[in-house]
Design a protein around this ligand. Structure first.
Ligand SMILES: [Mn+2]
Length: 343
């Protein structure tokens, strides 16, 4: 691919490269509950830096999810614990913040990172970064942080992009773009992916490792959950539910329901998708919502004390039954969808 596609990043990349080169102690971190882009971007960067003779420490406040543990050198990512890491973080020369831009997103690590004398570097694609970064490669137009890490490496250290770097970056792009289908995917995204394939990425093997991970219990549970489908608001809102006893009947846990809400939006005409599950240890209902276009499901989540984004939000409704929550959500979704129709 042509490097002039990254021309507008050249100055930021140079500044970051200078900081990295002049640093002996480099810490890389990402947000809590890291996703494929967070872990892929961290590993892409840290595996490249190791090739350059650096010894970065990758420290995250939560564990790496199991479905990403196949990534090359994933065992170099350490889960934060104050006793082993506070000294390293406090005295680091540089802390690279990847795929997040507010220190509140690193939760338990926030105080020590905030008080560290290290210079902070940002590589990220989320809106509204806070102040305090000595250098930043920040672009909200890109679909994944992994594309920015690729740009940095392509501009400054092109020889480092081998399989151990290309695979995590590919995983970052695949997961943050919903397998190349989200709006911010561009022809440049695909040119980056083409370059990664040339460096040794094997898409079938990676897609299998990432996505073909269902257990029989999860598939049986999905069958039960799909049977609960209710389509309301003239076909524009789909609701799935699962009870505690349905989970127990197939020996599944709430973790097995991860991603079920996505099925709602695959129904033609549905703009708001809701998944309601009874929680195990408490008298509460977990609400997960997704939407398409401008239907702001965060407004519904906020009514239950939750939050999120325009197209993805959630809440925990304490002391309510699934039927009560569902009835309220239908009222709120009707309001939301009719307000949109009038604007
Ligand atoms: Mn991301």
């Amino acid at each position: 691919m042509q490097h002039d596609e990254f021309r507008h990043y050249a100055e930021s990349a140079r500044k970051i490269a200078r900081l990295l080169e002049s640093s002996d102690s480099i810490v890389i971190t990402t947000h809590v509950r890291p996703d494929g882009d967070a872990v892929g971007s961290m590993l892409g960067l840290s595996n490249a830096l190791r090739m350059l003779g650096k010894s970065p420490r990758s420290i995250v406040s939560s564990p790496v999810p199991a479905f990403l543990r196949f990534l090359p050198h994933c065992d170099t990512i350490e889960q934060y614990n104050p006793l082993s890491h506070d000294g390293v973080i406090a005295t680091a020369d540089i802390i690279v913040c990847v795929d997040f831009n507010h220190l509140s997103r690193i939760e338990s690590m926030e105080p020590i990172v905030a008080s560290s004398t290290a210079r902070r570097v940002l590589i990220d694609h989320h809106l509204d970064p806070e102040d305090g970064f000595a250098a930043a490669l920040h672009d909200t137009e890109v679909a994944s942080t992994a594309e920015l890490v690729f740009a940095l490496l392509a501009l400054e250290y092109p020889a480092t992009v081998d399989g151990d770097v290309a695979i995590p970056l590919y995983v970052g792009i695949v997961t943050d773009t919903g397998s190349f289908r989200f709006p911010r995917v561009t022809s440049r995204t695909h040119r980056i992916v083409a370059a990664l394939l040339d460096r040794g990425v094997d898409p079938p093997a990676i897609h299998q490792a990432l996505f073909d991970t269902n257990t029989p219990a999860r598939m049986r549970l999905l069958g039960e959950v799909l049977r609960s489908l209710d389509v309301v608001c003239d076909g524009r809102c789909a609701i799935l539910t699962v009870t505690r006893s349905a989970l127990q009947a197939v020996n599944a846990t709430m973790d097995d329901t991860e991603g079920f809400v996505q099925h709602t939006l695959t129904i033609e005409g549905v703009q708001i998708g809701v998944f309601l599950s009874e929680m195990f240890e408490r008298d509460a209902v977990k609400i997960s919502m997704r939407s398409k276009g401008n239907a702001d499901v965060r407004l519904i989540a906020e009514r239950f004390g939750g939050g999120g984004h325009l197209n993805a939000a959630g809440a925990i409704a304490e002391g309510m039954t699934i039927e009560q929550v569902k009835a309220q959500i239908i009222v709120l979704a009707t309001e939301l969808l009719s307000a949109r129709r009038n604007d």
